[in-house]
Ligand binder design. Sequence first.
Ligand code: GLU
Length: 274
Amino acid sequence: MRAERWVVKLGTGVLSTAAGSLDLHQVENLTRQLVELKKKDIEVIVVSSGAIGCGMEILGYSKRPDTIEELQACSTLGQPFLMHYYKKFFSFYGFHVAQILVTYFDLDSLSLRSNIRKLLEYLLLKKTVIPIINENDCVSFEEIRFGDNDRLSSHIAVLTKADRLVILSNVSGLMDYSNGEKKPIPFVDEIDSRIEKLAEGTRSERSVGGMITKIEAAKIAVSAGIQMQIADGREKDVLIRIHEGETLGTLFRVKNDARTFGADSQPLPKSQRG
Ligand code: GLU
């Protein structure tokens, strides 16, 4: 029987300090938890943002640049910086990191997505390797960028027939604002207009995305039979507690446990472009 497989997406917000630097304590903490999952025999694929945020710090931007050239430049400096720390922290536990950078076109092409799937399957056979995926921002241009990695992570989950997609963010799930109170919604069984209304877009100086793209990611995952969880990446031992079945953040549940992958056979719907 195949091991349980998780795709874990780490957003820029969850990897950065309030001042916008890479939060090394947090990267180390998440690394430790990912290693614990591996030791519980879970296959883990990481989708990590943070490259553009790191590059902004290196190049001295205090707010997100406007032009695509500047964003591309930030990614070229930030991506190796980010990977340096993943390598450092994972190697402490005897793990190796494998960097995979993909574009919309790679996942839209049947032959390229099949190659990416085969590559990931091969890497997952190597028990001490952690594949870390990001969008190849330095060659992704405005019209075709995924941008936020939420949708990218759900496409990777579908492609690799993952059992679970976990999106760690700096929000603790989808919030319900009714009755003047702000409460996280623990379970979503159907993504209807009420749920879409609750998804507030958030855009910070350093990151993109917000709840709207997380809901889009949930639709992609759930329609392929993959449950998706959004949780606060700073919650203590968040990944371990999710594994232990604790109700944290928001879980988008799958009806009838239907698994309907068409992983290699379909290009991406155009509506799923960034
Ligand atoms: N792929 C991007 C990164 O690694 C995340 C999104 C963005 O900030 O545009 O930084």
